[in-house]
Design a protein around this ligand. Structure first.
Ligand SMILES: [Zn+2]
Length: 95
């Protein structure tokens, strides 16, 4: 995967999805393939993540963003459940 930035208007606001060599993490946060910077509306995904990890990471961070945007107050376990469930449901070739 190549480093790149995708700009999207999502849920009424401008978001950036950045595929980067190094994901910025908050202090004390464990090393991760992704990070959702809700304050700046940036989703980071590590370009070194294997394909499936990149997909589930992107799903996870998008769910984090939706959780923040709509004040869903999902806890992290619920976010992880949604991530895994969506990953399974979307796991097919479209063509
Ligand atoms: Zn998370």
């Amino acid at each position: 995967m190549k480093a790149k930035t995708i700009k999207r208007k999502l849920w009424g606001r401008e978001w950036r999805i950045k595929f980067v060599k190094e994901v910025p993490t908050e202090e004390a946060a464990e090393a991760n393939w992704g990070f959702c910077d809700t304050g700046n509306r940036i989703i980071y995904v590590d370009i070194n993540a294997p394909e499936d990890e990149a997909k589930s990471t992107l799903l996870h961070e998008v769910i984090e963003a939706i959780n923040y945007t709509y004040d869903l107050e999902l806890d992290h376990t619920q976010i992880q459940t949604l991530e895994a469930a969506l990953f399974e449901a979307l796991e097919f070739e479209l063509r």
